[in-house]
Design a protein around this ligand. Structure first.
Ligand code: ADP
Ligand code: ZN
Ligand code: ZN
Length: 709
């Protein structure tokens, strides 16, 4: 048995939540450097693993050693570097997950599935070339604001918060910084992240157009979950080998192996999509900051409405606070090539007849725009026809039998659908309880808005004397591959006069002829129990307002101002007041003051533990028992109150797919203490789970820096 002369420690995805940081040991014919990809037996399966550095005990194995030998080495792929391994280890530790889970989730799925021979075949395919060509880039002249941002990014260390209005030319600044970095160093790589898959094609076009002529057709690759597995593998390998100079992607791209990483851009850094909501609940924005510091890469966070965390972290020094924040704030207030920001019109819905959907002045404004050939965009953050059906006679409601939520009425395909568990039934003709035919939708969603608008605009003609055209874009209309692109193309080409949709349409799209944006029913978020709801609503409305009047030449030719309409029962609410003046800074100051007084993030740090169980009692019982055990063990931060544990409560939607859900909040003024507490609590939670009285527990998970409370 002397051929297996080395022991290797391997990170791999173990079946259950089996503790943090385990490595399994295997025997190997030769020592393998850390970062090597290997295939190893696990039970009856063979799985992918990453060799990890533990104290590597090499040498002869004693006779009768029980270590199983590794099954193969993925020779064609260079070992994953130390910076990548440190990133993965940090993320696993910080977000309280197993090392192997995070490591394997960070690799493209095909790497897990392909056998070494298959992979070798894949690697023999010629990659599109990257490398310097003689072409130089014809650069447009930057504005003074852009130039100032560029030169400070070039000369200072950062991290930077690029605070620029929509249309202020942030993307141009990213492009210029990337270019400068890549030209200065032939091995340098840049990572550029956007929040949504559907924003990547637009960005890719811009980056490829700019850089392919200079650095070769393979210089720019994308990385997101909308790609096929072979595409993802190809992009990943190109990034890992260094042949790709620029990686564009969604949050998952933060884990790409980029040995030459010198610059990270996080565009729309405030967007909640940067937070992964299952498995390891990481924040790609926060990991980007960590990675930049570790790997000595510059980091640019960009937004017109920064997260309050980033805004606070970039506060300038003052007399009371001579240090200021740790980020550098760069401000670009002016819009380029775009008209003035939208004029905000608020409609007080208390003054409107009951059940008004479109107030008369809003309808009038939309009508005028259709007649002039301009486009309008109507936002409602709820898809379907109506959130619930109800029976007038007996009060029956279309409740989901598996969740504590209503089934949503979808008129187009006559279904009742639960948006939490997916349970779908045909719409009944009679009330299932009393048989009455008198069943009606309550409330409204985008389908109904589209229908009502169709009725209201029936007589309205476009300049070419054809009827007004209305289109809807939401998760229901864009399920098919390519559907969203096709629908967006229709809007861009001017075929559509009024676009109705959810927040999907508010983000990033460069519509040229939209002169009116309306939020018809935004009040829901004003009184949410989630303290971030106002911040999110403000960002969404500002971003939506930014869709209007993007083309100054067009606006000038039309000769009318662009408008953002808000219909509200609370038109004087601080969110709408700040929106009216486009004053992010005033809004942020007011929110931060409230947060500081209440000691909420960014003035404190939070984590959640969620428990799912067959009954609410078991879920909360588990959390209470784990809390008691934490206090009994005097875990870090508890005695002096640096870490505060709140009592368990049911989630807002308490039951989903017949599972009861509860959560408890932990808060601390010290991130480090909260981390120490969580690390020490992990084994206590494990031990609590194995006690017989918690048998009905389905799962538990930790969410560090949760975005939704
Ligand atoms: P943002 O990312 O801040 O929304 P973009 O970078 O997309 O803004 O710029 C908005 C528009 O202005 C784009 O059409 C872009 O081509 C144009 N633009 C940006 N910088 C300049 C410049 N220096 N000169 C002329 N046009 C510019
Ligand atoms: Zn009934
Ligand atoms: Zn359901």
């Amino acid at each position: 048995m002397s051929i297996h002369s080395a022991i290797v420690h391997v990170a791999l995805q173990t079946p259950s939540h089996s503790g943090v940081g385990d490595l399994l040991s295997y025997a190997s014919e030769r020592p393998l450097p850390p970062g090597t990809l290997v295939r190893v037996p696990l039970g009856t399966r063979e799985v992918l693993g990453v060799v990890w550095d533990a104290d590597e005990a090499t040498g002869e194995l004693p006779d009768g050693a029980t270590l199983r030998p590794i099954a193969g080495v993925l020779d064609g792929v260079a070992p994953l570097g130390l910076p990548w391994r440190r990133l993965v280890a940090f993320a696993a530790r910080y977000y309280q997950r197993a090392l192997g889970e995070v490591a394997l989730a960070a690799l493209p799925p095909q790497l897990r599935d392909l056998r070494p021979e298959q992979l070798a075949r894949r690697l023999r395919r010629p990659a599109k070339g990257a490398g310097d060509t003689s072409d130089t880039i014809e650069n447009i002249a930057l504005t003074a604001e852009q130039e100032s941002a560029r030169s400070r990014i070039s000369s200072e260390k950062g991290p930077f918060l690029l605070f620029g209005s929509t249309g202020s030319g942030k993307t141009e600044v990213y492009l210029r910084c990337v270019q400068e970095m890549l030209e200065a160093d032939p091995t340098a790589q840049a990572l550029v992240m956007v929040p949504e898959i559907n924003l990547t094609p637009q960005l890719e076009e811009r980056f490829v157009g700019r850089f392919a002529p200079r650095f070769g057709p393979g210089a720019v690759v994308s990385l997101h979950s909308g790609m096929t597995n072979p595409q993802r593998l190809a992009s990943w390998l190109a990034a890992h080998s260094g042949s790709a100079r620029i990686v564009l992607g969604t949050r998952m791209a933060v884990f790409a192996s980029l040995p030459g990483l010198k610059l990270i851009v996080v565009d729309e850094e405030h967007d909640p999509s940067y937070k992964q909501q299952e498995g390891a609940r990481y924040s790609a924005r926060d990991l980007a900051i960590w990675r930049g510091r570790e790997q000595d890469a510059k980091v640019i966070l960009g937004s017109a409405t920064p997260s309050l965390e980033s805004w606070y972290a970039s506060r300038p020094p003052t007399a009371d606070d001579p240090e200021g924040g740790r980020y550098v704030r760069l401000h670009m207030p002016s819009r380029i090539g775009a008209g003035a920001l939208a004029r905000v019109r608020r409609v007080d819905m208390n003054q409107q007849p009951r059940r008004t959907v479109f107030s008369a002045p809003l309808l009038q404004a939309i009508t005028e725009r259709v007649a002039r050939g301009e486009q309008s965009m109507i936002l409602l953050n709820r898809r379907g026809y109506a959130p619930v059906l109800h029976c007038v006679d007996c009060g029956w409601k279309s409740d989901c039998p598996h969740c504590s939520a209503h089934q949503v009425f979808h008129k187009t395909d006559r279904t009742l659908r639960c948006h939490h568990c997916g349970y779908t039934v045909r719409v009944p003709y009679h009330c299932p309880t009393c048989g009455s035919p008198d069943i009606h939708p309550m409330g409204r969603g985008t389908e109904q808005l589209e229908e009502q608008l169709g009725d209201l605009l029936r007589e309205v003609l476009r300049p070419d004397r054809t009827p007004a055209r209305i289109a809807r874009i939401d998760a229901d209309t864009t399920k098919a591959k390519g559907a969203l692109e096709a629908q967006l193309a229709q809007v861009h080409s001017g075929e559509v006069d009024v676009l109705v949709g959810t927040q999907m349409i508010a983000k990033g799209h460069d519509f040229r002829r939209i002169t009116l944006v309306a939020a018809v029913q935004p009040d829901g978020a004003l009184f949410s129990s989630d303290f971030r709801a106002a911040e999110r609503l403000f960002a969404l409305l500002m971003q939506a307002a930014g869709r209007a009047g993007r083309d100054a030449a067009y606006m000038a030719a039309q000769g009318t101002p662009c408008e953002m309409w808000v219909q509200s029962f609370h038109p004087k609410h601080a969110v709408f007041e700040a929106l009216r003046t486009h004053d992010y800074e005033a809004f942020a100051a007011q929110q931060l003051k409230e947060r500081e007084e209440a000691a909420m993030p960014p003035f404190s740090y939070q984590a959640l533990v969620r428990a799912d169980a067959r009954t609410q009692e078991v879920a909360q019982g588990f959390l209470s028992a784990a809390t008691a055990a934490a206090h009994a063990a005097q875990l870090p931060g508890l005695l002096d109150g640096t870490v505060v544990l709140f009592p368990p409560v049911p989630l807002t939607v308490q039951r989903v797919a017949n599972v009861e859900r509860a959560q408890m909040l932990m808060e601390s003024s010290s991130r480090a203490t909260l981390q120490r507490f969580l690390a020490a609590w992990q084994p206590v939670l494990q031990a609590t789970r194995s006690q017989p009285e918690h048998k009905g527990l389905v799962r538990w998970l930790v969410d560090v820096d949760p975005l939704a409370i």
